[in-house]
Design a protein around this ligand. Structure first.
Ligand SMILES: [Zn+2]
Length: 218
């Protein structure tokens, strides 16, 4: 797999589009969930339009409710709209199935207009950094050191497709990919950070990981 700085413009563009699609998913899941709560447990399919979707802003309270409450509770626990978690999951799944085409259309619209959220230039500025600055935001490991450690057999590269290259991490994983929410990071930090740690918390953990890499490399 190539590092971003080795990619052609076309390859970068296709990566950018993948991030747009991931952003859509994050925003859409919260959008529909918020609507389900506010609309007292029913979903009005007319909200699947670009005007509503453009206007919808992801709020921290929604993310918190969705990730730290909804995904953690048991099936029969009740949400703020008096529906159980099970009813909620079934209704949202059903809605997504019956409105598949409309949702796909909205997704295409979002991807085409993704530059309003994160321009391709901003994306390139993030990933297209010179080799000497091509380092993990959290643990500071460079591609050179990763390759050194792999050659020395001092690091376990889990999969063929991950490890040699840096990845894009969303500092706040439930928000869209955008300039102030993205950093380059290594596979190991990305994997360890999960959705649990905030960017600043993981920056502290990254300092320890950095020490470990250094001692392995010496
Ligand atoms: Zn790292």
């Amino acid at each position: 797999m190539k590092n971003f700085y080795e990619m052609t413009e076309t390859e970068l563009l296709s990566k950018y589009k993948l991030k747009a699609a991931d952003s859509f998913k994050s925003k859409f899941d919260l959008f529909i969930f918020d609507h389900w709560l506010e609309n007292k447990g029913s979903i009005d399919s007319t909200i699947i339009n670009s005007l509503y979707f453009d206007k919808y802003m992801i709020r921290e309270e929604s993310i918190n409710y969705y990730t730290s409450y909804y995904w953690q509770i048991c099936e029969d626990e009740i949400l703020t709209n008096n529906k159980t978690m099970k009813e909620t999951r079934d209704a949202l799944d059903d809605f997504k199935k019956t409105n598949k085409e409309k949702i796909l259309e909205l997704k295409q619209y979002y991807i085409q207009n993704f530059f309003k959220v994160f321009t391709f230039e901003e994306f390139k500025n993030l990933v297209y950094v010179p080799k000497e600055n091509y380092k993990c935001f959290y643990c500071n490991i460079s591609i050179e050191i990763i390759n050194n450690l792999i050659d020395k057999g001092k690091i376990f590269k889990k999969q063929d497709t991950r490890g040699f290259t840096l990845e894009i991490d969303r500092i706040r994983p439930n928000e869209e990919y955008k300039k102030d929410n993205c950093v380059l990071c290594c596979y190991w930090c990305n994997n360890a950070k999960t959705d649990e740690f905030s960017g600043s918390e993981f920056k502290r953990i990254g300092k320890i990981i950095e020490e470990v890499w250094k001692s392995r490399n010496n």
